[in-house]
Design a protein around this ligand. Structure first.
Ligand SMILES: [Zn+2]
Length: 248
């Protein structure tokens, strides 16, 4: 395979879709209007959504033209009020990443640093996502910086336990893992593959592999033009160069 051939479709990273401001977490919020703009842009450019479970089960490793994967980290409860119904209405799919220690709870990892409290999905919500054709993936157990746990048994537990819990709840295999804070441990390849993951999602990633994939963020300031640029192969190629010099 040519080194610049994409190993997955472009990956959009989202967290919260809400018209509340989000306080100190505002960077991770987009308004309902901005979310509709994203979905309209995808539809106008004739993009189809997929997710990692579908890629794995259909053994797809190419043919990603006009495909995109929408990813939501943290599984905020409010996504069920607007974002998820809007995806379902348009027959779109997405992948949702849950830190399993906080199922049915709140974003304790942010709150302990003084941020706003945000309710997270419970077991029934996660089952409902799967019933709607969405993917539920792991976002570790405790939502910690995994790079700091490189080479430790605790890292292996964070990765394994969350997978087992989600599989028990949803009755579906868990194929994908989103690193909290985009923090990729040094031994990510062995840790993720021995736990049975097929895909790992980071944010900035100079040397992209299936277990450390790069995502682009969707922000309030995005326009249809910036979104189309982020979806393009050329942007992805530029990120390969840019991320190599950016501090992780
Ligand atoms: Zn997160």
């Amino acid at each position: 395979m040519h080194p610049l051939t994409p190993i997955v479709p472009p990956l959009a990273m989202l967290h919260c879709v809400s018209d509340s401001a989000g306080g100190s977490l505002a960077n991770w919020y987009i308004s309902r209007k901005a979310f509709l703009q994203l979905l309209d842009t995808l539809e106008e450019a004739q993009y189809q959504t997929t997710h990692f479970a579908e890629l794995t089960e259909q053994k797809k490793s190419g043919g990603f033209s006009r495909k995109v994967i929408l990813t939501f980290d943290d599984c905020a409860k409010h996504l069920l009020d607007f974002a998820v119904p809007e995806l379902v209405k348009r027959k779109l799919k997405a992948a949702f990443f849950m830190p399993t220690a906080y199922i049915g709870g709140y974003n304790a990892w942010d709150v302990e640093k003084g941020a706003e409290r945000m309710e997270l999905m419970n077991e029934e919500d996660l089952k409902e996502l799967v019933r709607l054709g969405m993917e539920v993936g792991s976002h570790s157990h405790h939502h910690v910086q995994l790079k700091n746990l490189s080479g430790t048994e605790k890292l292996r537990q964070e990765v394994r336990l969350s997978k087992e819990l989600l599989q028990d709840i949803t009755g579906r295999p868990v194929y994908s893992f989103a690193y909290p804070f985009g923090s990729v441990p040094d031994d990510y390849r062995t840790v993720l593959s021995s736990a049975g993951y097929h895909y790992g999602l980071s944010i900035y990633q100079p040397f992209e592999t299936k277990l450390a994939l790069r995502r682009f963020g969707v922000y309030e300031k995005d326009t249809p033009a910036t979104l189309r640029k982020k979806l393009s192969g050329r942007y992805r190629w530029m990120r390969t160069l840019y991320d190599a010099v950016k501090k992780n």
